[in-house]
Ligand binder design. Structure first.
Ligand SMILES: [Zn+2]
Length: 127
């Protein structure tokens, strides 16, 4: 999947989850700004030298909308192949604090240390 497509899809997922975009993105999504700019917008943000797109993916409300804020609890999963019933992710850590970590906290932590952040996000926008 292309980088812009992943970024667009994760934004769509956040909006579906209740996140409310502001500024240019809000205008693009609600149609009050010229249509046709949308594809360029995602590309532009991704290619900006100051990693402006981090402002979206590392926003707490954005992350809550994408992954939810229920407990990402390893105890809910009987085997390492099970998925968290709240965020749908199969990744389980054995670290004790994970038992009390919320889904969005777990994924934000993973996202911070991910070398390729779009690759990390991609698995949550596959359908
Ligand atoms: Zn979870």
């Amino acid at each position: 999947m292309q980088k812009e497509e992943i970024f667009k899809r994760i934004i769509d997922k956040a909006v579906l989850g209740g996140w409310q975009p502001q500024g240019i993105l809000k205008g693009l999504l609600d149609g009050t700004l010229a249509t046709g700019m949308e594809t360029n917008f995602y590309k532009f943000i991704l290619n900006s030298s100051d990693n402006a797109w981090y402002g979206y993916i590392f926003d707490i409300e954005f992350a809550k909308a994408v992954w939810g804020n229920k407990i990402h609890n390893a105890e809910k999963m009987r085997t390492t192949r099970d998925v968290c019933p709240d965020c749908g992710d199969a990744q389980v850590t054995t670290h004790i604090s994970a038992n009390y970590e919320l889904c969005y906290e777990f994924h934000l932590r993973k996202l911070v240390i991910a070398e390729d952040k779009l690759k990390y996000l991609e698995k949550f926008v596959m359908t």
